[in-house]
Design a protein around this ligand. Sequence first.
Ligand code: GLA
Ligand code: ZN
Length: 680
Amino acid sequence: MTLPALDKIPYGGDYNPEQWGDAVWDEDYRAFDLARIDLLTVGVFTWSLTQPDEDTYDLSTLERILDRAHADGRKVCLATGTAAVPPWLAHRYPEVCRTDFEGRRHVFGVRHNACASSPAYRRFSAAVAARIAERFAGHPAVVAWHVNNEYGGQCYCDLCAAEFRLWLRDRHGSLDRLNEAWNTDFWSHRFTDWEQIVPPNMLSEHWRGPNHTAFQGITLDYLRFNTDNILRSFREEKDAIRAYSDLPVTTNMMAIYRHLDYHRWAPHLDFVSWDNYPTDGSPVSRMALSHALMRGLKDGQPFWLMEQTPTMTATRNYNPVKRPGQMRLWSWQAVAHGSDSVLFFQMRHSRGASEKYHGAVLNHAGRTDTRAFAEVAALGAELEKVGDRLLGGRTPARVALLFDWDSWWALEMSDGYSRAVGYEAQLVSYYEALWQAGALVDVVAATADLSGYDVVFAPFLHMLKGDAASRLEDVARRGGTVVTTVMSGRVDENDNAFLMDVPGPLGALCGVRVDETDSLPPDQPNEVALLLPGEPELRVSAHHVFDLVIPQGAEPVGFYTTDFYDGTPAVTRHEVGEGSAWYVGSVLDQEGVDWVVRHALAERGCLGAFADVRDLEHTSRVVDGRRYEFLLNHGADAVQVRAPWDGVDLLTGRAVAAGASLPVPGTGVVVVETSSGAAS
Ligand code: GLA
Ligand code: ZN
């Protein structure tokens, strides 16, 4: 099962017409015509409408919405609507409400508020999904199913405690094995009965917050359990749909979202979709990383951009509108990285409550002469022109970046070495370097098959699971390059340290051992002098954690320049088989990360064609032997590059000639359909 079968990139998004009267619907559809909006995501928060009480279902409003969409030639991604429990459910079955990290049982309110262990929630959510699927499976407008919405959070109630114990029995098999995995002879924690185990929260193992736990093993298992437990709820709704419909099922994810390990979800989704709301001030490359992470969930299969705001968000303290051209550029960026859709939240401003000021295609007045609407309509016309050409396009990447939720959790919840080292920030920093260098990168799980990659980055791979070390070693042996860093190879899958030199099983590959690791406050950097034969020395700053590296066959290419370890190796390169492995023993500043990343890419000819043009993003997609090149200029000023390919610019229809100058306007996009074939 894969993506919905459509003949162009679907364009549209969340549409909640149940919030306003039919007269307004006519106005909505006139606007959809103007903007070429052809896909509506319907029913995302409709549970209290579709099921007004325990024994009554009322699908008439949904039916009118779907019939109208069909009459006007629109396709629908139909939601089950279960992400906000209706008041009657919380009132009648208080167990559906979550208990928070502080141990407080919540009462009815907000959304994303259900306990995934609650039998009542599981029963009623699957039942309403079944009703909706039964009624609308054959509806001609429906092309895909949208289960729930942005699953997330966690619960610490007694029902979850019981489910956790069952999950632990399944994972560890016996209490002896659990005691070993959690190293419970530390602080008198040996469990002799499953019932003694309680969820790790502020009332039990934690102090100061979710990252401060006395027992990493139990907290880590609770994060895994929570991922699986919420996933079970998704699967129950999906199964309920499957009984009536073969259409593809998804749920909208949040990409770099810490609470759920999406790699555990991926096999259960027919296709991946996600919501792109970049956090204020984050680099553009973080969005690219997010897209690549989502594409990587299902082996490079295209995904859907399920939501993005056409203009502004409403949840932040300040909510800047997207600048002219930015919405278009970011939409094309999603497509450039593998999205087969461009969808918004939301089609129209809601009338009241917390999203009444959230950006929308149509404002409260329903105007179609606003700047925002004009930009939406212009992009709609462009997507219509492109038609089905890009659908199904694959990204021919030779570079991989490993992304591992277990390492994220384990690194950030460990006491020592430093609380200042954040996994996300470090992954973003390495990806930023790759992005600026123009490398085409797949972002994959630490358990992924690496045999197709020439360069593999494994930064901050704190936890080494299974055969990760030998798979990385294979990359180097057959002539590839591996890059790993400080804080990698530290613990096994239970968060217990390896009884060997740091970096554990990565030591042989990297040809190093670490004698000790210093950790200093953020305002006390060291300096690293980076030096390769025949090149000028580059001095960069290093922060937070400092491995004192003792080469065991590796060549030092960077040295600390201050403190008692002045002159000690900080960065090394090791020849392994036909290839090499780099070890970066500290958190380098961006310039330092750029230096390492560019050298590693250059070793295998993986620097992008436009590596020297700042903020010019370049990606490729291949469809049926045709290759498309995307150039996205995230800078304000136009740039001129020399085109490496012959072809035609899909958006302007202009010919592109290899060797000729190709202008990319500031905040502009060029999509070249190359005529030289996929091999170019
Ligand atoms: C999320 C939700 C939407 C909406 C938007 C607002 O992505 O899925 O329902 O609340 O945020 O930004
Ligand atoms: Zn619970």
